[in-house]
Design a protein around this ligand. Structure first.
Ligand code: SAM
Ligand code: SF4
Length: 323
């Protein structure tokens, strides 16, 4: 399944719920967002049919996301079903608040690995950025994920001016843990979060800060279509990744599609283009016609994004897009 620029689609970010138990400052407005109503959401069977079709069309990596995916009541059933598909990777991105108890059952259901969002190692700053989250809970979740074998573990940190002083301590974690710590540039996708783009820090500056404190890093190979570039500190067990979505576009190597909790197949994070699958699935569309509609939509995947020129969409919170 290729778009008109010849890019082959291999990765699906599957958002299983739009709900979340945190309100991170870069993702959700303080007043929250209106949740979708149950009838708008894909049912478990609709999700599975959509994913199976996409896998038949060539998708072989699935990243489950949200909102907060651990809030989705049928997550274990979904993972069990997805684990039977011919995939190279089945991972999940979580804020970690419920991971301590769910890590083991998810591993048993067939999940391969998790990425945990963790923006600060300081209790107060963590609480401020997530608007109420508990650093201890997330840390216990990380430990439980490692114990359950949901590895290699990745940690996502969105770097803002307010947590810039955390980046060296987070990077230092890679010295004694075989984790990948990824520093993500703030993307001004959602106007309603009212967070100026000037609050973000370009990954180049973050890298320079880490190297000044911990030594020069060497470049390491990763998945060729990944948005991150990967590095290693001298003698470190783990890796450090930088995702420069704003200052340095990776669109030419993008192999990603997104499916939202209400069944919208989104072609690019920064554009509204896509295909609403829910009405097609509810209308009983035959397999061949469904594939044709998806292929046709994918053909028109936008060439790329520029957050400098794209106006943030007021209604579309990152929590609903899934990151
Ligand atoms: N709730 C889960 C979590 O926090 O990991 C999954 C969904 S969240 C939308 C997925 C990822 O997107 C997280 O790592 C989060 O830090 C990142 N993210 C959210 N808003 C962002 C923004 N405005 N710019 C850059 N990354 C963002
Ligand atoms: Fe929730 Fe994840 Fe968004 Fe934070 S980044 S508000 S945890 S969806």
């Amino acid at each position: 399944m290729k778009d008109k620029f010849g890019r082959e689609m291999k990765t699906l970010r599957l958002s299983v719920t739009d709900r979340c138990d945190l309100k991170c400052r870069y993702c959700m407005p303080e007043e929250g967002v209106a949740w979708l109503d149950k009838p708008q959401l894909l049912t478990l069977e609709e999700k599975i049919r959509a994913v199976e079709t996409l896998v038949e069309l060539g998708i072989d990596r699935i990243k489950i996301t949200g909102g907060e995916p651990l809030l989705y009541p049928r997550l274990n059933d979904l993972v069990e079903r997805l684990a039977r598909l011919p995939l190279r990777d089945l991972s999940l991105t979580t804020n970690g608040t419920r991971l301590e108890t769910l890590a083991e059952p998810l591993k048993k259901a067939g999940l391969k690995r998790v990425t945990v969002s963790l923006d600060s190692l300081d209790d107060e700053r963590f609480k401020a950025i997530t608007r109420g989250g508990s650093l201890k809970k997330v840390w216990d979740g990380l430990m439980a994920a490692e114990k359950a074998g949901l590895t290699p573990l990745k940690v996502n940190c969105v770097v803002l001016k307010e947590n810039l002083e955390d980046v060296v301590d987070l990077a230092r974690l890679t010295m004694d843990h075989p984790w990948e710590i990824r520093f993500i540039e703030y993307m001004p996708v959602t106007a309603s979060v009212r967070l100026e783009r000037s609050q973000g820090v370009p990954p180049k500056e973050v890298k320079a800060m880490i190297e000044a404190a911990l030594g020069a890093m060497e470049s390491v190979d990763g998945y060729a279509h990944a948005p991150s570039t990967d590095w290693r500190l001298p003698k470190a067990m783990g890796k450090i990744g930088f995702i420069s979505s704003v200052s340095d576009s990776f669109c030419s190597r993008c192999d990603r599609l997104r499916l939202s909790a209400d069944g919208f197949l989104k072609l690019c994070m920064a554009h509204a283009d896509g295909l609403a699958l829910k009405p097609l699935l509810q209308g009983g569309i035959p397999d061949a016609a469904l594939k044709e509609r998806i292929r046709g939509a994918v053909h028109h995947k936008p060439e790329g994004h520029s957050f400098w020129f794209t106006t943030p969409a007021p209604g579309e919170a990152m929590s609903r897009i899934g990151g």
